[in-house]
Design a protein. Structure first.
Length: 396
């Protein structure tokens, strides 16, 4: 998971190195490695065991590049390097100086130790720890009463939750989007990403429909995506994945770690107008959230889904909604601009992220390039926006 910060001002490299060391000390997940060797005489069940290490020296390299483009290219290249789960560390930071008082800081983590919420926490904590290092004052970060390993150890499966998913996801349909090439026997996860800015008024349409039906914008967006998916596949029975934060307990709200989980939502668009579809999506989502106590891999095991080298278990498309923070932030005298870096590969056939910005809506589409041409995916993005606007006009 790569992310980068464009820093304008007099960057204190020593203070940044101190801040990184403080970050690693604060969050055990950044000091964790994994082993598949059984310990204490327990049988090896194939699961990875966490090993938390004491704080150790932090490496931070600084390189000069000609310009910001060169820095971004270098950051992307660094983000694609492999990690060793057994040796660690499972993160790395580098700085590229591309002009006077201009630096790009890249921070790359293995997805096994961080999630999207963690990236925001890393940014917040780094800013506070850097300011403390520059000024010589204590940081103002909230104390952590638990760490990620505590959360994992305390997680317990519920038989009632497992029963819900066994019933809900029995005899699932296979949903195949129209493709430009046959599905490979073994998925390569080769992927690409395109962003489709939606027409003016799309954000207003989303917010209007959410208010009109008394639901969240996410529910409206998912209903619109389900309608698009049904039209493209010719199927009314759908399974769509969606990520959930997995941070129900307040104690873990400020903890870096991979809390993220996935729900497989089984939807039926058949015979429903858009108002009925929104109500259906809201109900299915609420039921799924009420039974999220079982991690997705355990759901797959409970259903007895045979492993496939060709596709993801249970679903092949994922939908999410993202609210972005825009504009510069302050880092103790520095102006910091977050720079999005595309993640490599495509774990699903299609991932649709509805991104809400102050200027409007953008649909980010990450797709399996083994299956789809960019032109086809761009068409899906544009059609998604048309559905939102047309539904708002219908219910105005």
């Amino acid at each position: 998971m790569p992310f980068a910060y464009d820093l304008h001002g007099d960057l204190d490299i020593s203070a940044l190195r101190t801040a990184l060391a403080g970050l690693v000390t604060r969050h055990e997940a950044l000091r964790t490695t994994f082993t598949d060797r059984p310990e204490d005489g327990k049988p090896d069940d194939g699961d990875l065991a966490q090993v938390v290490h004491p704080p150790r020296a932090v490496e931070l390299t600084v390189e000069a590049v000609p310009d910001l483009r060169g820095a971004l290219t270098a950051a992307l290249r660094a983000g694609r390097g492999p990690f060793d789960l057994r040796r660690g560390p499972l993160w790395r930071a580098r700085v590229w100086r591309y002009a006077d008082r201009r630096h790009l800081l890249s921070f790359v983590c293995h997805h096994i130790v961080v999630d999207d919420r963690s990236s925001a926490l890393i940014e917040r904590d780094l800013a506070a720890l850097y300011a403390a290092a520059v000024t010589g004052s204590p940081d103002a970060l909230p104390n952590l009463v638990v760490q990620y390993a505590d959360h994992v150890a305390g997680r317990r499966e519920s038989e009632s939750d497992l029963g819900y998913w066994r019933a809900q996801l029995a005899d699932l349909p296979v949903v195949d989007l129209p493709a430009d090439r046959p599905r490979p026997v073994r998925a390569t996860q080769a992927g690409a990403t395109v962003d489709v800015p939606l027409a003016a008024g799309a954000r207003e349409s989303l917010d209007f429909l959410a208010a009109r039906f008394g639901v969240s914008p996410f529910v409206v967006g998912l209903a619109a995506f389900a309608e698009l998916l049904a039209a493209e596949t010719g199927r009314s029975g759908l399974v769509i994945g969606t990520p959930v934060a997995g941070r129900d307990h307040p104690a873990v709200e400020n903890v870096v770690g991979y809390f993220l989980d996935t729900l497989a939502l089984r939807l039926d668009t058949g015979g429903r107008d858009f108002a009925d579809l929104v109500t259906h999506v809201r109900t299915v989502l609420a039921d799924g959230l009420a039974h999220q106590g079982v991690a997705f891999p355990e759901v797959v095991r409970a259903l007895g889904v045979p492993p496939s080298a060709a596709r993801h278990p249970l679903f092949d498309v994922l939908f999410t909604l993202v609210d972005t923070r825009e504009g510069p932030r302050s880092w103790a005298g520095l102006d910091m601009h977050a720079v999005p870096l595309p993640a490599a590969g495509a774990p699903f056939d299609l991932t649709v992220a509805l991104v809400r910005r102050s200027a409007g809506l953008t649909v980010g589409l990450r797709y399996a390039s083994d299956l789809f041409d960019e032109s086809r995916v761009l068409g899906w993005g544009r059609r998604f926006g048309e559905i939102l606007i047309s539904k708002a006009e219908l219910f105005t």
